[in-house]
Write a protein that binds this ligand. Structure first.
Ligand SMILES: O=C[C@H](O)[C@H](O)[C@H](O)COP(=O)(O)O
Length: 238
C-alpha cells in the first residue's frame, strides 16, 4: 500500500484525462472503478456547463452517468465519437491492453473502436512487461459454452499457451452474464508473448464473441504512481 492509495491513484489518472476533453465532444464512457472516477469528475464539469454527449459502455456506467447528470446518446445516433476514456486490467509499453475484468469488454471495444482516440486511465500496478498475469476474459455465446472453452484452450495450446480456462461465475456460484446476456471465459494462461497471434486465433474461434485483448486501439495511457501521472502515447494536444 502506498501513501496515496490505489484509489487515490485511480482518481489522479481520471483527473488527468479531463485535459483530453473539449466542449461539444461526443464521449465514450468506460466501465470499472477507475472509469467511475472519470464519470464522476465529468459529471461535475457538465453541471458547471460543459456541453457533452456520452455513450456508456455498460448498464452500470449508464446508471452512474445519469445520476451525475451527463447527457447520454447512442452509437446509432452518433456512430463516431471523439474520445473514449476507460480503465484497463493490464497494459504494456506498446499500449496493448487486457480488459474485461468487470465483464464489459464487448461494449467497451465497440465504443473505443468507434472513437477517434481512446485514453486509458490506470494506476501503475496495471503496467506489465508482458500481458497475461491477469487472466484474459473472453466473451462467448452461452450455448455450448463448455465446447467453446475447449476450443479456446486448443487454439491457445497451438500457439504455446497452456493453463486454466474457466467459465466465470458470480459470487453466488451462478453463471456470470454480461450486459449482452453472454458468458465469460477467464483464461489464466500466464504470459502472452504474442498477443496479436492470440487475438487472431480467438477472433477465428467458433462461439467466441469478443476477447479482452485491445490491440492498436488505445492512443494514450495515463499511468498514476506516487511520482505523478505519466502519459504514454499521445498527449492531449496531439
Ligand atoms: O470490464 C471491465 C473493464 O474492462 C474495466 O475497465 C477493467 O476491468 C478495469 O477495471 P478497474 O478500473 O476497476 O480496475
Amino acid at each position: 500500500m502506498n501513501a496515496i492509495g490505489t484509489d487515490g491513484l485511480k482518481r489522479q489518472a481520471a483527473e488527468a484525462a479531463l485535459a483530453f476533453v473539449r466542449p461539444g465532444m461526443r464521449l465514450g464512457l468506460g466501465t470499472g472503478s477507475t472509469a467511475a472516477h472519470f464519470v464522476e469528475l465529468l459529471g461535475a464539469k457538465a453541471r458547471e456547463g460543459l456541453e457533452l454527449l456520452c455513450v456508456p459502455t455498460s448498464e452500470a456506467t449508464r446508471a452512474q452517468a445519469e445520476r451525475c447528470g451527463l447527457k447520454l446518446t447512442t452509437l446509432d445516433d452518433y456512430p463516431e465519437l471523439d474520445l473514449t476514456v476507460d480503465g484497463a486490467d493490464e497494459f504494456d509499453e506498446r499500449l496493448r491492453l487486457i480488459k474485461g475484468g468487470g465483464g464489459a469488454l464487448l461494449r467497451e471495444k465497440i465504443v473505443a473502436s468507434a472513437s477517434k482516440r481512446m485514453v486509458v486511465i490506470a494506476d501503475a500496478s496495471k503496467r506489465v512487461a508482458t500481458l497475461g498475469a491477469f487472466a484474459l476474459p473472453v466473451e462467448i455465446v452461452p450455448f455450448g459454452a463448455r465446447s467453446a472453452l475447449r476450443r479456446i484452450e486448443a487454439v491457445a495450446q497451438e500457439i504455446g499457451l497452456v493453463g486454466k480456462a474457466a467459465i466465470r461465475l458470480t459470487s453466488q456460484g451462478t453463471p456470470f452474464l454480461t450486459d449482452g446476456g453472454n458468458s465469460i471465459v477467464d483464461c489464466a494462461f500466464g504470459a502472452i508473448p504474442d498477443p496479436e497471434a492470440f487475438a487472431q486465433a480467438l477472433d477465428a474461434t467458433v462461439g467466441v464473441i469478443e476477447h479482452g485483448l485491445f490491440i492498436g486501439i488505445a492512443s494514450s495511457v495515463l499511468v498514476a504512481s506516487e511520482s505523478g501521472v505519466e502519459t504514454l502515447g499521445e498527449s492531449p494536444s496531439a
